[in-house]
Design a protein around this ligand. Structure first.
Ligand code: OFO
Length: 174
């Protein structure tokens, strides 16, 4: 049985994963109406789906452990972006915030001696390492490219390869 404290903290994480899914959906929709960003569009649609799966995993776990998973209300995320660089900066900022939140949750579980939840959360710890690394790599590449249209074309063409490579090297999954 989950303690009230852990249940509340897990439900906060549910809301965070849902917000991530919405934020990345908005990025996908923005990218889709820009000329030539098919790769970035696919990347964020897929990223949004994965965040929803992260949310579902938490919901199932909370309910399985005798708690009650609360489906959260959603705020509208940023829907327009000044540039492709801004999109990826926001992506990285978001992933860093998620990692911090997961780390706090892990610490809380140790304090509460909830070793099952601590164990369950290890998947998220690994996942966040992979996602943050991928977000940093993509930001570095965009910084190199700057405003060069040819570079942005190649970035868009290769983005799913970077993603698949990150999936293969870690356990970024769904
Ligand atoms: Fe990368 O946010 Fe989910 O866990």
């Amino acid at each position: 049985m989950l303690s009230q404290t852990i249940q509340e903290a897990l439900n906060k994480q549910v809301a965070m994963e849902a917000a991530s899914s919405q934020a990345y959906l908005a990025m996908a929709s923005w990218a889709e109406i820009q000329p030539g960003l098919d790769g970035v569009t696919n990347f964020f649609y897929q990223q949004s789906d994965e965040e929803r799966i992260h949310m579902l995993k938490l919901i199932r776990y909370i309910n399985e452990r005798g708690g009650f998973a609360v489906v959260p209300a959603l705020e509208q995320p940023n829907i327009t972006f000044q540039s492709l660089q801004r999109v990826f900066e926001e992506f990285l900022k978001h992933e860093i915030a998620v990692s911090e939140s997961i780390n706090e949750l892990v610490g809380l579980c140790l304090g509460e001696r909830d070793f099952s939840t601590h164990n369950f959360l290890q998947w998220y710890v690994t996942e966040q390492l992979e996602e943050e690394a991928l977000a940093r790599t993509l930001n570095d590449k965009l910084e190199l490219v700057g405003d060069d249209k040819g570079g942005i074309y190649l970035f868009d063409k290769d983005i799913m390869l970077f993603r698949n490579a990150a999936n293969a090297s870690g356990n970024m999954t769904t």
